[in-house]
Design a protein. Sequence first.
Length: 170
Amino acid sequence: MTNPGQNVNRHLRVVPAEAPAPARSPSDDDRYPAPLTATALRHPRSLVVQVAGEVDAYTAPEMHHVLEHALAARTRLVVVDLSQVRFLGCAGLTALVEARRRAEQRTWLRVVATGRVTRRPLSLTELDQYLAVYDSLDAALTAPVGTDLTVGQAIRRAAADSAERARLRG
């Protein structure tokens, strides 16, 4: 992982959570904002990846790259904060699933989805049964580590829920 504050690429910065935002001067980037930005913030026992903008087929590889770096840090908890995401497409969902698979046993991966733009795709695809989804960043950071479902438990729960829904439909 990089040193806090060191630029890895144009949109990934790892900074301590207490650090003030760096001063910026107006530029062309301000008039035409990047469709996606992701910043990794260190917290005492976790890493928060704040994602903002649109996560689609064009930008998802960048989100995937940021998540890979966050998971490579080998912190016990990685929280993906999607509260500033304006669009979450299938490619973004795939990046989250791949990150969850990669995290497996050594890192707990949590997702913050605060609005319809992020909650609805997670719900419609039933990924909210596979990923640990929280309503706020504070809730994701303060929930005890180890209380989230494992991949196997999530798959079994999703299968049981699907079977129950099929049974109820008749």
